[in-house]
Design a protein around this ligand. Structure first.
Ligand SMILES: O=P(O)(O)OC[C@H]1O[C@H](OP(=O)(O)OP(=O)(O)O)[C@H](O)[C@@H]1O
Ligand SMILES: Nc1ncnc2[nH]cnc12
Length: 204
């Protein structure tokens, strides 16, 4: 049986822990709301029927951009013991990927649209929510066995991230997961990416 005095001490420690956890959760929630307030919707762009989610206001606001990187960093540190590289997708994945990689003290690699990278490359084609494209990586960008996280601004159908995961498979790299600022739930991109997991900050 616990002594009355002990109970008091443990309860005090528990309270402190709970207050810490609460303030961390509150800070996280505040950051998510800040990020959410900096996404704009443009109906019928670039085609009729598409609601374009614009992340430009995030980049224009230092606190919102920092919040994105803070939230991604927290996710990586809590879920992955070792990551070799952040792999970013052309073009908006390049806006967040290098900042995150710097925070984590690791390198950043580009997956580009076809025809932009010099030297020997590996490529795959893929379908987009509003078109078709081909993704490419430099052959020596990722070594076999390296553990990578894929990053982009937005997950729609999942075609782009799937193409990047195919490039990683071709290069025998291990995809630990995918990270996006925005996930468009109704397009079921997460199904296309299975078994890879997707971490998103905002969902529509
Ligand atoms: O999940 P998906 O259906 O593949 O769609 C998501 C992709 O579409 C957008 O890029 P886009 O190809 O428009 O190119 P950009 O980043 O160069 O504007 C977005 O930035 C993602 O990369
Ligand atoms: N609805 C959307 N908004 C912004 N970027 C996108 N990429 C694919 N679908 C998109």
């Amino acid at each position: 049986m616990e002594e009355e005095g002990d109970k008091g001490v443990f309860a005090h420690h528990r309270e402190e822990k709970e207050v810490g956890a609460f303030s961390m959760a509150a800070g996280r929630e505040a950051k998510l709301q800040l990020v959410q307030r900096h996404v704009r919707a443009f109906p019928d762009f670039p085609k009729k029927g598409i609601v374009f989610r614009d992340i430009c206001p995030i980049l224009k606001d230092a606190a919102a951009l920092k919040a994105v990187i803070d939230l991604f960093e927290e996710h990586v540190r809590n879920n992955h013991q070792h990551v070799d590289l952040i792999v970013g997708l052309d073009a908006r994945g390049f806006l967040f990927g290098p900042l995150l990689a710097q925070r984590l003290g690791i390198g950043f690699v580009l997956v580009r649209k076809k025809g932009k990278l010099p030297g020997a490359t590996v490529s795959v084609s893929y379908d987009l929510e509003y078109g078709k494209a081909e993704a490419e990586i430099q052959e020596d960008a990722v070594a076999p066995g390296q553990k990578v996280l894929l990053i982009d601004d937005l997950l729609a159908t999942g075609g782009t991230l799937y193409a990047a995961s195919e490039l990683m498979r071709k290069q025998q790299a291990e995809v630990l997961g995918c990270m996006v600022v925005i996930e468009l739930k109704e397009l079921n991109g997460t199904d296309k990416l299975k078994p890879h997991r997707v971490f998103s900050l905002i969902q529509y």
